[in-house]
Write a protein that binds this ligand. Structure first.
Ligand code: KIV
Ligand code: ZN
Length: 512
């Protein structure tokens, strides 16, 4: 039997720190259930001291998951550890994750603490966390830029105090693979009690090296990898789960360790994260990008026909990319829809299937073939995005090269109907001006992009917007066969996310 690497997923914590990627509690819950199905060993559900919303999400997830360990992040203060424990104490497998920075630059400028004070704070925090649970992880923030011997001293103190996992983060994505594996080996051989804890790594992707650094650390003996789906996260993101897991899976002859991930759920989980957060996966993204299994050159296609292994190192089915791109149409029944949604990774209740089925029939009247992308857009809009304050009821737009563009809009705001009309430079400007007036919001449109979900002139348009209001940034997405309606839906989705952020402010001091 090969040794197993623990997969620690932080999509809901570090991943949520991606600009604009905030998720509400219901969205986090749905993702947590999917991550458990994917088989992650540990799920970092949030940073409970950061905001009420984070605390609530961590608490609900802790109460729901059975097989997966649930952890909440905490600085080394008693207050943070109390908040984390309050949120996870009822989990079937709780873990407290506490951290403090160990590099000179962070200690001098950010913490204004001496090395001795940091060692003491580490030991005190781990001991305090241990009074709640046996399962305590300690992270040395900015570990890769810390003095090596000091890092060993901090890890020794953490393990002495009872830490069961010690984590070495490359917080600013500065490390180079050979250097990072060398650091792992050094710390493992110079920390006397290191074998009493699991050695973990957590890499950021500022130089595009997060996966390479994580794999080289595993090769040097790390046995926990901290990752996010699609590599989302602070700045350039974190190590992506799918890259590490598929590298270990595909190159087991070289790396000789395995994971407990059910790889067939990788693709559906990647889509779910993109749908919920609004963060688009780049087409050439390894493993889960739209082009990851597309073969364009004639010579490649010829080779593929003769033997797929000529140009394909992984089978698409392994990650849950169904070869069977079932096309549904207006005569397809509820049963066919239900079973196809299952293959796409969506486990919906009967009530949710009814909602999706009604919308599916409506779309099938406008569009001949309903493809996977269309179904995902329906599920996203009708099921995944819940608890909306603003909803679109009606939109009528007059536009053309000889009229002043005008939009008439009817919305519900917390269930109450409001309507109005307005002008603009074009149909989208008129629509956005009217929606902003009706909702009383004053957001700035930072980005607007429109694409087609599938091919064909009857394809649904998909619009993504990035909005900013009072320093808060949110993404919004919408899809519809009519691109002005898709634009309105995306704007309203972004406004709803801004409202959520306004209602759940992150505590200034808790921003990492
Ligand atoms: O990047 C980092 O250092 C972190 C720690 C809190 C683990 O996210
Ligand atoms: Zn991080």
């Amino acid at each position: 039997m090969t040794e197993q690497v623990i997969i620690f997923d932080t999509t809901l914590r570090d991943g949520e720190q991606s600009p604009g990627a905030s998720m509400n509690v219901a969205e986090k819950m749905r993702l947590a259930v999917q991550l458990e199905k994917l088989g992650v060993d540990v799920l970092e559900a949030g940073f409970p001291a950061a905001s009420e919303g984070d605390h609530e999400a961590v608490s609900q997830i802790a109460g729901k998951l059975q097989r997966t360990e649930v952890t909440g992040l905490a600085r080394t203060s008693k207050g943070d550890i109390d908040r984390a424990w309050e949120a996870i104490h009822h989990a079937s497998k709780p873990r407290i994750h506490t951290f403090i920075a160990t590099s000179d630059i962070h200690m001098d400028y950010k913490l204004k603490m001496s090395r001795d004070e940091v060692v003491k704070s580490t030991a005190d925090a781990v001991k305090y966390a241990k009074s709640f649970t046996d399962n305590v992880e300690f992270s040395a923030e900015d570990g890769s830029r810390s003095d090596r011997d000091f890092l060993c001293k901090v890890f020794e103190a953490a393990i002495e105090a009872g830490a069961t996992t010690v984590n070495l983060p490359d917080t600013v994505g500065y490390a180079i693979p050979e250097e990072f594996s060398d650091l792992v080996k050094y710390v493992k051989s110079h920390t006397p009690n290191i074998n009493k804890a699991v050695f973990s790594v957590h890499c950021h992707n500022d130089l595009g090296l997060a996966t390479a650094n994580t794999l080289s650390a595993i090769n040097a003996g790390a046995r926990q990898a901290e990752v996010t789906i699609n590599g989302i996260g602070e700045r350039a993101g974190n190590t992506s789960l799918e890259e590490v897991v598929m590298a270990l899976h595909t190159r087991s002859n070289f790396l000789s360790v395995s994971t407990g991930i059910n790889t067939q759920y990788i693709y559906p989980t990647s889509r779910l994260v993109s749908m919920i957060t609004g963060i688009i996966v780049q087409p050439n993204k390894a493993v889960v990008g739209a082009n990851a299994f597309a073969h364009e050159a004639g010579i490649h296609q010829d080779g593929m026909l003769k033997n797929p292994m000529t140009y394909e190192i992984m089978e698409p089915e392994t990650i849950g990319l169904s070869a069977n791109k079932l096309v549904l149409g207006k005569h397809s029944g509820r049963h066919a829809l239900h079973s196809h949604l299952n293959t796409l990774g969506y486990d919906l209740s009967d009530e949710e299937i009814n909602i999706v089925f009604a919308k599916f029939k409506e779309l099938a009247d406008k569009k001949k073939n309903i493809l996977d992308e269309d179904l995902e857009a329906i599920v996203t809009e009708k099921i995944l995005r819940t608890a909306d304050i603003f909803a679109l009821e009606y939109l009528h737009v007059i536009a053309g090269n000889t009229v002043l563009p005008m939009a008439s809009v009817k919305l519900t705001i917390n269930g109450r109907s409001v309507q109005g009309a307005g002008y603009g430079n074009g149909p989208i400007d008129a629509t956005y001006n009217t929606i902003a007036k009706l909702t009383g919001t004053g957001s700035e449109l930072l980005r607007f992009s429109v694409g087609a979900l599938t091919s064909g002139t009857d394809a649904q348009g998909e619009v993504t917007v990035r909005l900013r209001e009072n320093g808060l940034v949110a993404l919004g997405k919408g899809a519809d066969p009519d691109i002005i309606t898709a634009s309105a839906k995306a704007f309203i989705n972004g406004l709803n996310r801004l409202e959520y952020l306004k209602a759940h402010p992150v505590k200034e001091a808790a921003v990492l």
